[in-house]
Design a binder for this molecule. Structure first.
Ligand SMILES: *Cc1c(COP(=O)(O)O)cnc(C)c1O
Length: 416
């Protein structure tokens, strides 16, 4: 069977792609089709020189002076302001720091600190687990706070936001399915009921248009090693709307969040704006790597990225649809491209994990999420339409030949 549309048709789309030249800015090995940029973005080529310079010049020669002369100390803010341009926020509203998990802890506390009469956190039961675990941590540190989950304690989040709700924690995009949530409408509703909103943008920033001011959320967090290509373990970010600056507190009151870190005072005085969300010294090398990741976005419009991501994923859906039923493959993500972020997740009753392993052996890198979800991220900066065609064709071959049943693809690794 030959898949339709044909590979030639996919190549024709590549020849008309205005973003085609961006692929050269990344290091992608020959023979690799990388469909996991939604988990860890690939290395921008500029990162190698940047890290080298940071080590040889700024660290080896500049030593401690580089905190000032190379701008190390303020990278939390300069990178935050760069992200703010991409995400529809203003200067001083975003800081780059810590991990998404830690930033969830700080921003949930910050929201609760602004609503002393309200003790409930409302969240989606389908949230990325760390979001829920951190909310449980917030609940345990506050003692009297409660956590209500959509799908467990109520059917619809809309109906769960009540007079005791301090904060609603949302995912802009669901990590398993790629489905985009209507954060703007939910935020409006939460505000009408007197609650605040904290949104996780791990799967939206850098791949779909995000305008934090338009969404009108109160706090936001996200990671930078996925669609923003900041590198393994690159720091996360935290957003606090300007209208709340000076009005919240958070418990990780480290010296970098202090109003005057280098006065070395005995007591904590909270710093200004989003800087109040900082805690301690950051990973400078990782921040330099992130800088290279963000620079790739300098000459692209997010709306163009979004259109291409959709077109790539729509092509994959179309190709897979032609054989999915024959092999028991289901669609976990909606087929309608307007509902998702450019990720397509498929299901298979017994084979999910093994199918992903068999594809990886063929150079097509996706990932697997419990219980039976195969995730394929169609990131527009470096993927070609021909890659999408080849990936679908490999999937077809893995299924047709039953290659996935081989023992070697059925050994479970630590990281799936
Ligand atoms: C990737 C991801 C995280 C990761 O959190 P870390 O603290 O960086 O490990 C958190 N939330 C969501 C929704 C994610 O997709």
């Amino acid at each position: 069977m030959a898949l339709t549309p044909t590979r030639n048709a996919a190549e024709a789309l590549d020849s008309q792609d205005p973003l085609a030249h961006k692929r050269e800015e990344f290091f992608i090995e020959e023979g690799t089709i990388y469909l996991d940029g939604n988990s860890l973005g690939p290395a921008p080529k500029a990162v190698f020189d940047s890290i080298d310079r940071t080590m040889r010049e700024e660290w080896a020669k500049g030593l401690i002076r580089s905190h000032n002369t190379a701008g190390w100390f303020m990278l939390t803010d300069t990178l935050g302001d760069r992200l703010a341009q991409m995400l529809g926020a203003g200067e001083g509203e975003i800081v780059v720091c810590d991990t998404t998990s830690l930033n969830i802890y700080k921003t949930l506390h910050a929201a609760l600190s602004m609503k002393p009469g309200r003790r409930k956190i409302v969240a989606e039961g389908t949230s990325f687990p760390t979001n829920l675990y951190m909310a449980e941590g917030v609940r345990s540190t506050l003692g009297d706070a409660t956590l209500a989950l959509e799908g467990r304690d109520g059917d619809r989040i809309e109906d769960m936001i009540d007079a005791n709700t301090a904060v609603v924690m949302l995912n802009h995009v669901d990590y398993r399915s790629g489905v985009i949530r209507d954060v703007k409408a939910l935020t409006k509703l939460a505000h009408e009921r007197g609650a605040l909103v904290m949104v996780d943008m791990c799967h939206s920033a850098g791949v779909i248009p995000v305008d934090l001011h338009d969404l009108n959320v109160d706090f936001a967090v996200g990671c930078t090693y996925k669609y923003l290509n900041g590198g393994p373990g690159s720091p996360a970010y935290a957003y606090a709307a300007k209208r709340h600056h000076g009005k919240f507190t958070q418990p990780l009151s480290g010296w970098h969040g202090h109003a005057a870190p280098f006065k070395f005072e005995q007591s904590y005085r909270q710093g200004e704006g989003a800087r109040a969300l900082l805690c301690g010294t950051q990973h400078t090398l990782s921040m330099r790597a992130l800088q290279s990741g963000l620079a790739v976005f300098d000459d692209v419009k997010i709306t163009d990225l979004y259109s291409k991501g959709r077109a790539l994923s729509d092509l994959f859906v179309q190709l897979v649809e032609s054989f999915a039923d024959d092999f028991g493959i289901g669609f976990y993500s909606p087929k309608d491209g307007t509902l998702r972020n450019g990720q397509v997740s498929l299901t298979h009753a017994e084979g999910g994990y093994a199918i992903v392993q068999a594809l990886i052996a063929r150079g097509v890198i996706g990932d697997f999420r419990q219980p039976n979800v195969m995730r394929f991220g169609f990131t527009p900066l470096y993927l070609r339409f021909a890659d999408v065609w080849d990936a679908a064709n490999h999937l077809y071959e893995v299924m047709r030949t039953e290659e996935w049943k081989e023992d070697r693809f059925n050994v479970v690794n630590t990281v799936t």
